[in-house]
Design a protein around this ligand. Structure first.
Ligand code: TXD
Length: 311
């Protein structure tokens, strides 16, 4: 029997995730959205691309969570996106309601599923999903770090002219402008970025990475979708293929990095058991301070959620 991935929210990121996933021929796909006709239309369109790209993937669209029955993975992208001038945290009230419902409804139909959360404010929506479903922490993960690191990798590639494949970057912390690009751990073909690039160029790349989401919101008047969607597809593949892929992702902290009862962007091992392990880097004082600052921001948004809904 084919594997099944359901994507909740068939907007820009949801539909783009379906496109990336279909090209990987990993699983049959279900798109669910509240807008009538839209997930059905997008699914039919994508299904009709399968003969062209030569992939046997079934794609179904629905307004009913029942269509997600028996999913191996649920990807939650439903909710409002940022407009220029908005922070991710501004979306909290509206999206908590949407994500809370998506989490409980999908769990009913797929009690074995792994959850990948994309909706902003990301770390807090992943936290809400974990609390609402009552799942163990390995079954709920948030996507942020692959995207933020990919942005940094793209900027380093633009600066150096070196293939993106040779560039490794690690951006940890919360998915907000306080995120922490770890320049000491990032490298071009093994050469630390701090050696490869002049300090001012590296500082400019770090700054552009931190503001990378906002840069696109200002251009598009909504948030990015191709790269976030590609990141979701990579996470789903890592789980379904049991790849043991090490990626930065938002995971539930139980003492790692000195943090408790919150979601935070850290390096994780993704495999058939979901978040199978959290890797702890040895950090210097500056890196630790930057992560603590970022954690304080995430904690504030978690607190705001607790004031808003009972969890
Ligand atoms: O890296 C990351 N984590 C992010 C997060 C990168 C990019 C976008 N990020 C966030 O994802 C963004 O801030 C939003 O909170 C979500 C979704 O962004 P997207 O760009 O896909 O927004 P769209 O195009 O508006 O699509 C959202 C869809 C839309 O079609 C709504 O009708 C639908 O969500 N929606 C729902 N679907 C199902 N069920 C309910 N209740 C529902 N409510 C709205």
């Amino acid at each position: 029997m084919n594997k099944k991935i359901s994507i909740i929210g068939a907007g820009m990121t949801g539909a783009s995730t379906a496109v990336w996933l279909s090209a990987r021929e990993l699983a049959d796909l279900v798109l669910v959205d509240v807008v009538e006709g839209m997930p059905q239309g997008k699914s039919l369109d994508l299904l009709q691309a399968m003969p062209v790209i030569g992939k046997d993937v079934n794609v179904v669209g629905s307004n009913d969570y029942a269509a997600t029955q028996g999913s191996d993975i649920i990807i939650i992208t439903a909710g409002l996106a940022r407009k220029p001038g908005m922070s991710r945290e501004d979306l909290l009230t509206a999206n908590a309601e949407i994500v809370g419902k998506a989490a409980t409804e999908t769990l009913k139909y797929s009690p074995q599923a792994y959850f990948i959360v994309l909706t902003n404010p990301l770390d807090t929506m992943a936290y809400l999903t974990l609390k609402r479903t009552g799942l163990p922490r390995n079954r709920v993960v948030g996507q942020a770090g692959i995207l933020d690191s990919a942005r940094m990798r793209a900027f380093v590639a633009m600066e150096t002219g070196v293939s993106v494949e040779n560039i490794a970057c690690y951006v940890l912390g919360g998915h907000g402008d306080e995120m922490v690009p770890l320049t000491r751990h990032s490298n071009v073909a093994g050469i630390p970025l701090r050696e490869y690039l002049p300090a001012d160029r590296l500082a400019a790349i770090v700054e552009r990475t931190r503001k990378g989401g906002g840069e696109i919101v200002n251009l598009l008047k909504t948030s990015a979708y191709y790269a976030p969607a590609a990141a979701c597809a990579q996470m789903a593949e890592a789980i379904l293929k049991d790849k043991k892929l090490v990626v930065p992702a938002s995971a539930y902290m139980q003492g790692e990095y000195g943090l408790h009862d919150m979601f935070f962007g850290v390096p994780v091992v993704l495999g058939a058991g979901g978040v199978e392990k959290i890797i702890e880097y040895t950090l210097d004082a500056d890196e630790k301070a930057a992560l603590d600052r970022s954690a304080a921001f995430v904690r504030e948004t978690h607190d705001a959620l607790r004031r808003l809904v009972k969890i």
